[in-house]
Each structure stands twice: as C-alpha cells, then as structure tokens.
Design a protein around this ligand. Structure first.
Ligand SMILES: [Fe+2]
Length: 302
C-alpha cells in the first residue's frame, strides 16, 4: 500500500492522493464520478479506498489514453457497469489492440498484449466527447470541458461544477516540472497551443495529475510550462548539427541530457519521446528530413 487517501478540494470535488492524483466528484454522500482511473497496478488499492470512504462509482470521465490514466476504466465498466466518457480521438486510440499499437509505434503488438498495464488499456467508450463539445452531463451533473490536445491526440481537461479543473497531463508542476528532462507530447506544437489556453481561464484550482493541487494563482505555472517546452525543443534542435539518423539523435539526446535507459522499455520510450520533437522541428522548418548515404536522416535546415 502506498498510503493513498482522499483529500477535499472544494465543494463536492475531492482528489485521491497518491503516486498520481485521481479527482472525483461526489454526486451524493455515497456516489461519485471518477476523473480518470489510474494505472492497472493501483486497482485493488483504489477499490479499497473507495469502499472505505463509502463511495460507489457511478461514472468515469477519462482525459486521455495513457496507462496511468485509463488503466482501470474497462475494469469498472465490466465489473460495476458504469459508463465511461472520453474524447472521440482518445476513444479511437484505445478501442482495440490494433489502435493502441498504432499509437504506441515503438512497441511490438505482442508486447502490448502481454504487458498488463498496456493490455488493460483497451476500452470501448460509452459516451464520446466531440471536438467542440463544451460540457458533459453525467448523472445530472454538468462538467465543462477544455479541449487540450497535444500531450495525446485528443486530451481533454475536465472542469467540475466547483470550477476545479482537472488538467490531466496538459500541464506539469512541482517536481515533474523542475526535473523533466524531455517532456512528452504526442504533438509538440499542439501541446503548447493547449497550454496557452489556460491563460484565458480563471479556475478556482487546478488538479495536475503527477504533482498536486494548485490554487487560483496558476498563470506563472502556465508560463513555466511554455518556457520549458520551448527550451527543450530548442535544445534538441541544437544537437542536430549534421545529417543524423533517428537512432543517432536518440543516443546524442541520451548522452547530452544524461537520460538513463537501463531497460528496453526505457529505450523504447526515449525513441517515442524524441520523435515528436523531430516532427515539430521539421514542421517549423528548423531541420530537414533528408536522404543521406541512402538512409533517412535529420539535418539542420538549409
Ligand atoms: Fe499522459
């Protein structure tokens, strides 16, 4: 047990605190709606905590298809018959093993099917959130939606009736921000556009998945996230000084940023993390994708 516990945030909005934060909204004294479900590995502890708090889950709203957010959605669907809502783009991503495989391009299909934290990801959403949908009514409770794609293809941030915004992984804070060597974004440019959206908001609090609950004065955090993303993008660009293969760039990034890849999975993730930086730099015409000695390479832009 990791000492998971329930913390009150505001009104009927609460948050399960632990390795990661899982917000919930109490629709009455004994029922709640979960915002994300955590990773497969915390399933028993999550269920035990909900039981000890006298809470039954009546619905789930998912921010995005990553193992540490969607890991128990299908389980709650199957066992407790609760509806799962998620953005349409995320629902497409987690619909089948094949769609998950196409998203996790660095992982062989067999690895996805045999790894319990990835195999748990397949889920057929009951409620699809459209790109321009501004709110969701679930169990007679109105949640506002802030579409924040970029970290994942169709990531959404969810605002409870208490004006508390669960940002999922759209923002980083605390240690996850200060120690982030290579922040992940599926689409780097889109992720930064989504971070900019928070400048136009005035939520009472933000719940950030991997660090904590931030009060209403969060604009400096938004700036810090943008600065970090831009700085890391510039840094990766500066490492591409000649025609380099993807593997060469990964090795250079690993060396220069002192990134540990002591398991094959970490090495796979390095490739998966570096690729969006390269794609963004190509789109911004800062590097070129070229043929060099008959091999695909990245080179400084001409
Ligand atoms: Fe994520």
């Amino acid at each position: 047990m990791s000492g998971m516990y329930l913390e009150h945030v505001r009104g009927n909005t609460f948050c399960i605190m632990g390795w990661q934060l899982i917000p919930l909204y109490k629709i009455d004294d004994t029922h709640c709606i979960l915002l994300d479900t955590g990773t497969y590995f915390i399933r028993e502890e999550l269920e035990a905590l909900l039981k000890s708090e006298g809470l039954s889950v009546s619905g789930i709203i998912c921010s995005h298809t990553h193992f540490d957010h969607l890991g128990n959605a299908r389980y709650f669907q199957d066992v407790y018959h609760v509806p799962v809502a998620m953005p349409i783009g995320e629902a497409e991503t987690c619909r089948t093993f094949a769609s998950i495989k196409s998203y996790l391009f660095a992982y062989p299909a067999g690895q996805i099917m045999s790894d319990p934290k990835l195999a748990a990801l397949t889920c057929r959403a009951d409620i699809l959130l459209e790109d321009d949908q501004e709110f969701l009514l679930m169990c007679n409770t109105r949640f506002r939606l802030l579409h924040t794609p970029g970290h994942s293809p169709d990531h959404v941030s969810i605002v409870t009736p208490d004006n508390v915004c669960y940002v999922g992984d759209a923002l980083m804070c605390g240690k996850s921000l200060t120690t982030a060597k290579l922040p992940y974004a599926f689409n780097f440019a889109q992720s930064m556009e989504s971070i900019e959206k928070f400048k136009e908001t005035n939520y009472s609090s933000l719940i950030v998945s991997h660090c904590g609950i931030i009060g209403e004065d969060y604009q400096s955090l938004v700036d810090d996230n943008l600065s970090l993303m831009k700085q890391r993008l510039d840094y990766v660009c500066s490492l591409i000084t000649e025609p380099m293969s993807g593997g060469h760039i990964c090795a250079t990034v690993k060396e220069e940023m002192n990134i540990t890849t002591d398991t094959t999975e970490k090495a796979q993730n390095l490739e998966r993390f570096v690729r969006p930086y390269l794609e963004c730099l190509i789109d911004e015409h800062r590097i070129d994708l070229i043929l060099y000695k008959d091999s695909l390479c990245y080179a400084p832009a001409k």
